[in-house]
Design a protein around this ligand. Structure first.
Ligand SMILES: NC(=O)c1ccc[n+]([C@@H]2O[C@H](COP(=O)([O-])OP(=O)(O)OC[C@H]3O[C@@H](n4cnc5c(N)ncnc54)[C@H](O)[C@@H]3O)[C@@H](O)[C@H]2O)c1
Length: 294
C-alpha cells in the first residue's frame, strides 16, 4: 500500500463508539485521517468531541458527521462534501472503509403474541442499517473514485451470523447478509485492487451490547469459554485491522476473520472458566461416561 502521510483517509461508519472509535484512534496513530459518521444524542457528544481531540493530537485531520448513515441524501451530501473539500484537489485517498453500525431492533420474529412480533418497518430498518448500507456506501465510494487500488473494506460481524438468540432474529439476518455482501464485494472489487473482509469480533462490552437482553449473561459465558479468559475489546479489533493493512496482506480477501480469541469456536456448556475441564481432568478419568450427564 502506498503510504503518503497526511493524505490517506479512513471512512468509519459508526466512528463514535465501540469498535469504530477504537479503530479511529488506532488508525490515526498509524497516519490515517478520519472521516467519521455516527449517530449521537447531546448526552454522548462530549465523548465524540474527546475522540476528535485525541485523533487530532495524533497530528491527523478529522471530519465527523452526526447523521444517519442509512439515509441516502445524507450519504450523498457527506460524499459530495468530502470530494469538494479534499479529493478534488488530489489531496485525499480513502484507504479504509469500515462498517461498524449498531442500530437494530431486538424483538422476536413471531414471539408469543402479536405485541412481541417484529414489525416490517423494524425488520427492514435493521437490514438496511446493519447490512445494506455497506453496499450503498461502497457503490457511491467506487462511483466517485474514492476507493481504488490498495483500499480495504472491513465490516463488523459476530457469531450471530451463524448462531441465533432470542430477540436477535433481525440482527442475525443482517449479519448473515453482511458476510455474504463482503464475499460478493470481494469478487467484484478484487479486479480493482480493493480488498474486503468481515471481522467477527467476540462479545465486547460496548453500548450496543448493553442493549441486548441478557447481555451480562452473554458476557459471562463469553469469558468463561474464551481461551484467553477475557472478553474481546475494541482495541483487539483495531490492532487486527492494522495488521491486515500491512503491505503483502492483500490475498487475505473475502473472509470472515475471527478476532475473538477463539471464543466462537467453543461451545458453552456451563463451564465457569476455560480451564474447568482441565481441572476436572475428565479426559483421563477411566470411569468417565460421556452419556452420563447427571
Ligand atoms: N459489541 C459486541 O459484542 C459486538 C460483537 C461483534 C460484532 N459487533 C458489531 O460491531 C458493530 C459496532 O458495534 P459496537 O459494539 O461497537 O456498538 P456501539 O454502540 O459502541 O457503536 C455503534 C456506532 O454506530 C453508530 N450508529 C448507529 N446507528 C447509526 C446510524 N444509523 N447512522 C450512523 N451511525 C450510527 C453509533 O453512533 C456508534 O458510533 C455492530 O455492527 C455490531 O453488531 C458487536
Amino acid at each position: 500500500m502506498t503510504r503518503k502521510p497526511g493524505t490517506q483517509w479512513a471512512l468509519i461508519l459508526g466512528a463514535s463508539s465501540g469498535f469504530g472509535a477504537a479503530a479511529a484512534r488506532e488508525l490515526s496513530r498509524h497516519g490515517y485521517n478520519i472521516l467519521g459518521v455516527h449517530l449521537d444524542r447531546q448526552a454522548t457528544m462530549p465523548g465524540v468531541q474527546k475522540l476528535i481531540r485525541e485523533i487530532e493530537a495524533n497530528g491527523r485531520q478529522t471530519v465527523f458527521y452526526n447523521e444517519n448513515a442509512a439515509d441516502e441524501h445524507k450519504r450523498h451530501k457527506i460524499i459530495d462534501d468530502f470530494v469538494e473539500r479534499f479529493h478534488r484537489e488530489g489531496r485525499a485517498e480513502v484507504k479504509v472503509l469500515m462498517h461498524s453500525l449498531a442500530f437494530g431492533t431486538l424483538r422476536p420474529l413471531v414471539g408469543r403474541n402479536e405485541g412481541e412480533m417484529i414489525k416490517k418497518t423494524q425488520l427492514e430498518m435493521t437490514l438496511d442499517v446493519m447490512a445494506n448500507s455497506l453496499v450503498y456506501w461502497t457503490q457511491d465510494m467506487v462511483r466517485r473514485d474514492l476507493l481504488g487500488r490498495g483500499s480495504r473494506i472491513f465490516a463488523m460481524t459476530s457469531d450471530g451470523a451463524n448462531l441465533n438468540l432470542p430477540f436477535y432474529g433481525a440482527v442475525s439476518a443482517a449479519k448473515a447478509a453482511l458476510e455474504s455482501y463482503i464475499r460478493q464485494l470481494a469478487i467484484e472489487l478484487g479486479p480493482r485492487g480493493i480488498n474486503c473482509n468481515a471481522i467477527l469480533a467476540g462479545v465486547t462490552e460496548t453500548p450496543a451490547l448493553a442493549k441486548i437482553p441478557g447481555a451480562r449473561n452473554m458476557l459471562y459465558a463469553a469469558v468463561a469459554k474464551n481461551p484467553f479468559a477475557r472478553a474481546t475489546t475494541p482495541e483487539d479489533v483495531a490492532q487486527a485491522m492494522i495488521a491486515l493493512l500491512q503491505p503483502g496482506t492483500e490475498f487475505i480477501n473475502g473472509n470472515t476473520i475471527g478476532v475473538d480469541g477463539g471464543e466462537s469456536k467453543i461451545s458453552y456448556v456451563g463451564q465457569k472458566s476455560p480451564w474447568q475441564y482441565a481441572d476436572l481432568n475428565l479426559l483421563n478419568e477411566s470411569s468417565w461416561d460421556p452419556t452420563d450427564v447427571s
